[in-house]
Design a protein around this ligand. Structure first.
Ligand SMILES: Nc1nc2c(ncn2[C@@H]2O[C@H](COP(=O)(O)OP(=O)(O)OP(=O)(O)O)[C@@H](O)[C@H]2O)c(=O)[nH]1
Ligand SMILES: [Mg+2]
Ligand SMILES: [Zn+2]
Length: 331
């Protein structure tokens, strides 16, 4: 039946839906159910696929086109892809329920590792009494230069309208814990999102799993720039953001405020833990680096080492993935 290009637009586990990509680069038409024959073709929402039709509305993956980036989380045993080929990550936090600073820190590191632009969206700013605490927690990130946008998805539509220029022509992925307001933001920006979601759930594994699926939504016409129409990828809330696949040296460089101190410690292989004359620890003492950030760094290094030991135990020949461009294999 011939092969064609398609966009992977929804995924739940190994169930995917795709839409045909036309010659002009736009995608549309009915959703195609995609089967994944083996581990070699594990995709993520946002992937460009080469498909071969197997029936009128079903196809199998022949190939996944090379990715610009791939965002995923992992622990020592398995990984979960979130999205591929994104232009920016929107980390969605709320004033209440209180967000986890640890998860925020990890999501920021994931963005840095992939060199993907990052914006922090603090939602539910209508809950005034919780605002000060949230702002205090975000202060270190602001001073590191990360953009923080205060919005109320539910009660202040204008606070979302002013973010339109940020979204225009770009593929943005919403990440964050459950209950922070990702889907509320999506519904405000994409008025037909509820209808599309319903269509996804009907087609994706008989409708049982949409809340845990990652899904791609085109923006309305205001989201078009001269090149293309922007999109939002909604992802399910998570309680963990494992980065076990990342090596220690990659980690150091993902902490942007560490940069000017690296190489200035007494020992060239300093772990910034208890070593004497450590420039990073000195910066924490002087207040230039937030102490939670060094704590997070040490935790991530320890996670990474645990993963190494476990991988070696399971399969000594298994390489650790050095870049995030490799597909996430179950390991
Ligand atoms: N007060 C207030 N509540 C909001 C706001 N935005 C969303 N909510 C509420 O927060 C709850 C969670 O919103 P969702 O959009 O479902 O959160 P989510 O991040 O998509 O959650 P998951 O899909 O579980 O990951 C809902 O009850 C919303 O009505 C806001 O700006 N202010
Ligand atoms: Mg949601
Ligand atoms: Zn050091």
């Amino acid at each position: 039946m011939g092969s064609f290009r398609a966009l992977l637009s929804a995924s739940y586990g190994r169930h995917y839906l795709a839409q045909r990509i036309e010659a002009d680069g736009s995608h549309g038409g009915p959703f195609i159910q995609v089967s994944v024959p083996g581990k070699q073709h594990l995709g993520a929402v946002g992937d460009r696929l080469i498909l071969e039709a197997t029936s009128a509305d079903q196809a199998r993956i022949l190939e996944i086109e090379p990715r610009k980036n791939l965002l995923y989380r992992s622990d020592a045993f398995k990984s979960k892809s979130i999205a591929a080929n994104v232009d920016q990550i929107l980390i969605v936090l709320a004033t209440a329920p209180a967000f986890s600073p640890d998860l925020l820190g990890r999501a920021v590191i994931a963005a840095e590792l992939n060199q993907i632009d990052l914006h922090i969206i603090l939602n539910k700013c209508d809950l005034q009494e919780k605002l000060t605490v949230a702002r205090d927690q975000l202060a270190p990130y602001k001073s590191m230069g990360y953009a923080v946008h205060e919005v109320s998805a539910k009660f202040n539509p204008q606070s979302l309208d002013i973010l339109h220029p940020l979204l225009r022509g770009k593929v943005s992925v919403l990440v964050g814990q459950s209950g922070m307001g990702k889907s509320t933001l999506l519904n405000a920006w994409v008025p037909n999102a509820a209808a599309v979601t319903q269509e996804y759930s009907q087609k994706l594994d008989s409708g049982k799993h949409t809340t845990t699926a990652c899904r791609y939504f085109d923006l309305p016409e205001w989201g078009r720039d001269i090149h293309c129409l922007g999109a939002i990828i909604d992802s399910p809330g998570f309680q963990e953001f494992g980065l076990a696949h990342v090596s220690e040296s990659q980690l150091q460089h993902a902490f942007r405020e560490f940069k000017s101190y690296l190489g200035k410690c007494r020992f060239h292989n300093c772990k910034h833990d208890n070593e004497p004359d450590c420039a990073v620890q000195a910066a924490v003492l002087s207040g230039a680096i937030a102490s939670e950030r060094l704590t997070l760094f040490k935790q991530l290094v320890s996670d990474s080492k645990t993963a190494d030991i476990q991988i070696q135990g399971i399969s000594p020949s298994r390489e650790r993935w050095s870049t995030s461009l490799k597909p996430p294999y179950k390991r």
